[in-house]
Design a protein around this ligand. Structure first.
Ligand code: PHE
Length: 467
């Protein structure tokens, strides 16, 4: 292994901030608030319980595998058991696939920053603006390439001077921005065409009010699975990312404490994003105005920012800068395991590997960015949705591969090598691991079962079985 690769985070803080930077991403901004608005406080309670149980156990597993083996996914799984090396290869493909589309979305966000900086907010408020933009053959490619280049540049500088330095700046700034926007949003008030006045506080109360009256068992199961999928994606579990970041942590760091801190940062960011988005939508579009994913961020919100007038331009610009920071710290965590695995494989040095990998992804990003114009396809996925290139990559990596890898990792650790393989490492240097018994229970019994159900649900096979 070359010297440059063999660096580490400067300490606990750098590691926690970089990992939280990976965890806090678009999932927190465009999916969590939607789910929280849909199922209210019940979703939030279930989500918190899942983070503290499954999230804790699986995140700790990834990070500890990294630190104990000091390798990225391919060689880390090989070090656990040579027979299971294919699981490492499979894990490598998750970030390798995500990397083809994440910079494209990062590019869209950068475009919207420019929209607010150049006074195009009225045009962006039109429902067809977003579709028009992504189906152009120049602009989305240009912005996607720009985002990819910045990501490559940060990885080029390595673990401490690149990833850690950027995360230590961007994450606190991003939190300040989220808190600032959330505070402002709660003071909003708006009277609609029917003369109804709604305030931000009313929106927050609406979302915190429990609605148990129409709770059935199947709806409860749906909320549980929604929360599980969200938690899993949000904590960047089973993507090889946390294995790679874990391989840069030194032995003095208390891993179980770090996992709790990372999970807390991520959950706090998700809750704050909900405090921004739910009241904003509630005030201007009413309780029915909520949507998820790109349409929430690039269609619903720009409409509202336009109604807000001058304040909307400032809030719109701040919101998209905040989202760009969230996407960038996640995007670097996707490129790093790819580069690290290639360095391990070919014993190549960081700078050259990063340049070549970035060049490759500049190509794939262009193709995916053109997936709404030149390379437009319509594919029906097993989960029922109609997908373009970007959605196909997302489906394979996050709906299909991630739960499968997680399930196999639980079997490997829980049944083949034993949970002590992890707990011994967590307890090294005299660290106390209070949740040891609980961890064993999770990784051996509960997590594999739940991962199997999640795999069936997120791939769409669950519904096929029920029907
Ligand atoms: N954890 C990130 C989020 O919540 C998602 C992510 C996906 C991060 C893929 C890295 C890679 O949005």
């Amino acid at each position: 292994m070359s010297d440059e690769k063999n660096t580490s985070f400067s300490g606990q803080l750098g590691f926690v901030l970089a990992s939280a930077g990976s965890a806090v991403g678009l999932g927190n901004i465009w999916r969590f608030p939607y789910l929280a608005a849909k199922d209210g406080i019940l979703f939030i309670i279930i989500y918190l319980l899942l983070v503290l149980s499954f999230g804790f156990a699986l995140l700790l597993t990834d990070i500890t595998i990294g630190r104990k083996t000091r390798r990225s996914s391919i060689f880390a799984y090989y070090a656990i058991s040579p027979k299971w090396r294919y699981l490492g290869v499979l894990t490598f493909f998750v970030p390798a696939l995500i990397m083809t589309y994440y910079p494209v979305i990062g590019g869209w966000i950068c475009h919207y920053i420019m929209v607010y900086l150049t006074g195009l907010q009225a045009a962006a408020a039109d429902s067809s603006y977003f579709t028009g933009f992504i189906s152009s053959t120049t602009s989305p490619v240009g912005y996607g390439l720009f985002f990819m280049l910045i990501t490559g540049l940060i990885i080029f500088f390595g673990v401490q001077s690149g990833i850690e330095r950027v995360s230590c700046w961007l994450l606190p700034i991003m939190f300040l921005m989220i808190i600032g926007i959330a505070g402002y949003v709660l003071t909003l008030e708006h009277t609609d065409a029917n003369g109804q006045t709604r305030s931000g506080m009313m929106g927050l109360i609406y979302f915190l009010t429990p609605r148990f009256e129409d709770l059935t068992l199947s709806r409860f199961m749906q909320i549980l699975l929604d929360a599980m999928g969200q938690m899993f994606f949000s904590l960047s579990i089973s993507m090889g990312i946390m294995i790679t970041y874990g391989s840069y942590v030194n032995k003095e760091v208390n891993l179980s404490k770090c996992v709790l801190q990372i999970a807390s940062f991520d959950t706090l960011a998700a809750l704050l994003a909900a405090v921004i988005i739910i009241p904003t939508i509630f005030v201007f579009s009413g309780p029915e105005g909520m949507s998820a994913g790109p349409s929430l961020m690039f269609i619903s919100l720009p409409k509202i920012f336009n109604v807000m007038g001058t304040a909307g331009v400032v809030i719109g610009a701040l919101f998209f800068v905040m989202a760009a920071f969230a996407a960038l710290t996640s995007c670097i965590s996707v490129l790093e395991p790819i580069v690290a695995n290639i360095m391990d494989m070919f014993h190549s040095e960081r700078k050259k590997t990063t340049v070549l990998t970035t060049l490759f992804y500049l190509g794939t990003v262009s193709v995916i960015a053109l997936g709404y114009s030149i390379f437009y396809v319509e594919v029906k996925l097993p989960n029922g949705s109609t997908a373009q290139l970007l959605d196909i990559m997302d489906y394979i990596s996050t709906c299909f591969m991630m739960p499968m890898i997680s399930l196999l990792t639980c079997l490997l650790i829980g049944w083949l090598v034993g949970s002590h393989w992890i707990s011994d490492e967590v307890e090294c240097c005299g660290h106390v691991f209070r949740a040891k018994g609980f961890y064993t229970l999770m990784i051996r019994y509960l997590a594999p079962v739940v991962m199997l159900i999640l795999f069936l649900q997120s791939t769409g096979f669950w519904n096929a079985l029920i029907d």
